[in-house]
Design a protein around this ligand. Sequence first.
Ligand SMILES: C[S@@+](CC[C@H](N)C(=O)[O-])C[C@H]1O[C@@H](n2cnc3c(N)ncnc32)[C@H](O)[C@@H]1O
Length: 246
Amino acid sequence: MSALPPAVIWHDLECGSYTADLSLWRELADDAPGPLLDVGAGTGRVALDLAARGHDVVALDADDELLAALHTRARAAGASVEAVRADAREMALGRSFALILVPMQTVQLLGGAPGRAAFLACARAHLSPGGLLAIAIADGREAILDEDGVVPEAPRPDVCELDGVVYTSHPLAVVDEGPAVRIERLREIAAPGRRAVVERDVIRLESLSAATLEQEGRMAGLAVRERRAVPETDEHVGSTVVMLGG
Ligand SMILES: C[S@@+](CC[C@H](N)C(=O)[O-])C[C@H]1O[C@@H](n2cnc3c(N)ncnc32)[C@H](O)[C@@H]1O
């Protein structure tokens, strides 16, 4: 078995290969006149990329195991990334940032409107004057029906092999529950000479439109700037990036 905790392996497998948003985060980071805060940084897909480009990055996540992997990878790469364990809805870091970015729909995991309001208030308190809060959201229902109302092809499973053990994440179902889209995966671990271990993973991605998030941003005292977009790929739906100014 791998020395990596299963949470890290699955996170890397299911999120780590996504690159469609990186050019936008790089552009925003290059324009930011100060440090960056990556909210829900996971194992550092975005934070490590931006740090490697010379940015001063703080990576915040609620998950200790993911942050430990991020920290190890930053050290191995000689990158300076400060990893902070905190709930984004309660963060109090005592410093401010020119850019706060929230990639990959993390804002749709915060517990609905009350959780987002708490996060937006915290984010505002951490923005430098003129700073920018950029939040990616996606409509999970696009994985059920595309814009022409057609059911898209089932995405391929994500597969990796570590120390002879094969980890496979099979997309199983995407179900519109109204307030959220339920995304189900079957995670399979196959080690040589052993029965495969299979477990079901369920994530609920809260339904959220850009207009709603912008209105919530206004209520939190933030100014609404022009939205940006991350294009869809063969494997991933596109995102809208809501831009809120301090
Ligand atoms: C979809 S992953 C995105 C990971 C990474 N940003 C990326 O783009 O690859 C969502 C991340 O948000 C973190 N997260 C979820 N709720 C959080 C919260 N309330 N506060 C801080 N982090 C949270 C999870 O632990 C997870 O690492």
